[in-house]
Design a protein around this ligand. Sequence first.
Ligand SMILES: Nc1ncnc2c1ncn2[C@@H]1O[C@H](COP(=O)(O)OP(=O)(O)OP(=O)(O)O)[C@@H](O)[C@H]1O
Ligand SMILES: [Mg+2]
Length: 510
Amino acid sequence: MSESPDTTFLRADGMVKDYPGARALDGVDFALRTGEVHALVGENGAGKSTLMRLLGGIAKPTAGRMSLDGAPYAPISRHAAERLGIRFVMQELNLVSTLSVAENIFLDALPSRFGFVRRAALNVAAREAMATVGLTDIDPRTPVGTLGVGEQQMVEIARGLAGKCRVLILDEPTASLTDREAELLFENIARLRRDGIAVVYISHRMEEILRLADRVTILRDGQVVSTHAASELTIDEIVRRMVGRDIGDADTVSTAQSGAPLLRVENLCLGARVRDVSFSAQPGEILGFAGLMGSGRTETMRAIFGADRPDSGRVYLGGSELSARIRGPRDAVRLGMALLTEDRKGQGLLLPRSIRENVTLADLGSVSGRGGWIRRGVEASAARRWVDRLAVRCAGTDQAAGELSGGNQQKVVLARWLHRDCRVVIFDEPTRGIDVGAKFELYKLMRELAAAGKALVVVSSDLKELLGLCDRIAVMSAGRVAGVFARGEWTEDKIMTVALSGHLGETAAG
Ligand SMILES: Nc1ncnc2c1ncn2[C@@H]1O[C@H](COP(=O)(O)OP(=O)(O)OP(=O)(O)O)[C@@H](O)[C@H]1O
Ligand SMILES: [Mg+2]
């Protein structure tokens, strides 16, 4: 790709943003050219979202200057930025769940453009906006709260594109999209780029970065490491620059023990999504679950955990049958199981409460003294341990969870579950939104948990992650376990074939 001419129209110079106890940005320069896709990468807490909050008028800089078309640019609100065509689809969704899709898309224009009598016009305009992002099978009158997370994300993007748009900022847009939705988004990005719209693209998925971006800016600890033409970069090079060191491969020495399984699931059924699922996991084993979105993996895990009541089937833990005793997640936890669900927001991170409280919340038993008082010292040191272990970037364990970056909030949720010390731990998409360095730490930690004799079940849409981490991989298709592969007998192709077709062909299953 040849070097594009410098058509910079938006620049930020020397941006500083201080929060109490933390400098989130420390003299960042950033420039945006017409029609470029500019990726912004960096570890959790590096300052990516903060920089975009300044551009998007959502936060005020402590110091630094921005300019748009050569004139000073200092938006006083998100609305002011949007009027100038700078639109920010945030990491945390910002829709009003009780309002319809159409109302959300045109929230700001509602009273002036549509009034009360122009519902029909509103819905027609919304349909058009939704069509641009491929949301053709949803009625614009549907309340947003009833949509899936991926669909809500697409509504946000439709909203971003519906008005005047010169810059579209996408902060981890694909974290909750299906592959198909992500492809649609990529097509949209290509179209915007052709129309001369600049896109800022934040993601922890390096393949996406190299596929989409014209230029890449790497942030570390609130400073710019460097800006490159994407064509000059490799994934390893980006990672090295953003982490500041080489990260190795996770240690995949198996610790699976022979003998009786620790977790055994027999003939589990729940509606159309979970159809006669049977599998087992040995102590010390990491068992992966691969499959397409909607293949029933999440539903299976929820049924095992008692979050949804299965129609039939049995769950055994260490030889004793639990199914009858699991009436809900509370029972499952008491009996020694943990489930980290893919829906992090629904896990009830208490945003105004401290990291310390959030980590130990579910396990007050282990930190309370005889009278039931919480022993603060114990709580604090437990939290401290997890914060160090998972490299949660924070001012201290007393900091409110709501002040952490998106990825660091997820680490706190992870810490809460790991702190429970359960014998069987089920992870549903554990590394979503987590940076590459922290992922590596998490893999090491999972290996250690296995080595301590626990059984781990890991659902992931990232097949490479499963291939690197697991002892065996079960592949689900249309609600069934269509094949189970052991390390050594799997290939990416075999697994994909089974996930797509639902059967093994001539390959052997373990
Ligand atoms: N309201 C706030 N109060 C205090 N500190 C904050 C606040 N918002 C952000 N920070 C801090 O600023 C730093 C940068 O956060 P930011 O959200 O920009 O990171 P990020 O690069 O987007 O990370 P992630 O990949 O996890 O989304 C973090 O250390 C975070 O704790
Ligand atoms: Mg962020």
